[in-house]
Design a protein around this ligand. Sequence first.
Ligand code: P61
Length: 458
Amino acid sequence: MPDLFPEPYRIKMVEPIRITDRQYRCKAIAEAGFNTFLLRSEDVYIDFLTDSGTNAMSDSQWAGMMRGDEAYAGSVNFEHLVAAVQDVYGYRFVVPTHQGRAAEHIMSQLLVKPGDLVPGNMYFTTTKLHQEKAGGRFRDVIIDEAHDPQSSHEFKGNICLDKLQAAIDEVGAERIPYISLEGCVNMAGGQPFSMANLESLRRLCDQHGIPIMLDATRVCENAMFIKLREPGFADRSIKAIVNMIGSLTEGCTMSAKKDHLVNIGGFLAMNDQEFHTRAMAMVVEYEGLHTYGGMAGRDMEAVARGIYEAVQENHLRHRLDQTRYLGEKLRAAGVPIVEPIGSHAVFLDARRFLPHIPQSQFPAQALAAALYVESGVRAMERGIVSAGRNPRTGEHNKPKLELVRLTIPRRVYTQTHLDVVAEAVEKLFVRRHDIKGLEMIYEPRHLRFFQARFKPLQ
Ligand code: P61
């Protein structure tokens, strides 16, 4: 195992977790309709469902919580939040929201018109839903390598400029309200874009007058990959790289529950004054006053402090090394994973893990359920269930990637926990032929993966 960057923190408070037996877990997963989102947290041993809101806050963030100014209007914590965003990201205006999808909602309603096309580097579930609800269509313009789990391209989050140019030629620049650019593309396996790609994208967008809106949810992790992999960035600070990304984009949506190391929070940021004025008018309808959005003062303080912790290089080195450690263990055991190992999670390739289960029988869903029964480890489906249906034809979207995400919360689990997860997956891989497909017996209309229910096929 190559050198690992150790934890740049020590543990001050612990939270007990419970180990259950297989019989108990068989019952629990059946009650949950074979959907790991429907399990009770108390029935989970190691929770790798998500890195969203599951991070451990620092002593400084907790201390900041005690400095919450809960005034309805003009909270000082809002000022701290705005100052931190301006300093690190460089955007002029900030509209606070309770989490990322609320920012996506406001942005989509204000910028996307019926019939518009929104190109992006692979879809994210909530982002695409809000674009569609505003009457737009999403077009995936990520490079082809991103759809190949075995391609080891170092910047699989890159946008293919030829695909984007083709979209512009097809519908005209005036029908493209913005480009949706995500850092460490979640659905592709936590894969970064390169600065060179962003600079070329900027040039193309400038030719056509199209803004770039960043999904900054995991952009600090993206910046660390740029520092590690892209020539010319080794000596730059993460803050400087994030600031450069900010300077090449017109604004962002942010789910602070990831890189910013909090349990709840988000924002929309932009440079355009008119967009800001309209977003402020809308946030009061859906979230709360424009100086708190959907957050308490204390939560804004935790985000403001988290913004600075998120760009600490030692934090990010350890973070990416934890993920790499788990991925390399699995790879060494012959378990099929998405290459290269990404930022926030190791993704199992369910197509190669369970070649006997066709995509119509939800192999990744079945794999996540089986892993829970095997070990009490909770993971998340990221395949055909997550991809939902085409809103026009009603057909299942059939993504090339059929994955199970083993997501690592920040500053929460130890290396031994990672070993336990690796061993559980390895054991399951040995007896993978026993795993059966599933049938969907309840399907919500939108974001179905959260609440869908399944039963095993015989
Ligand atoms: C996650 F299964 N992510 O990864 P909100 N953009 C990006 C995200 O990763 C993201 C949001 C916007 C989650 C939570 C989640 O299909 C799912 O603060 C790149 O969660 O509203 C959220 O930010 C939305 C899990 C969301 C899902 C949607 O686990």
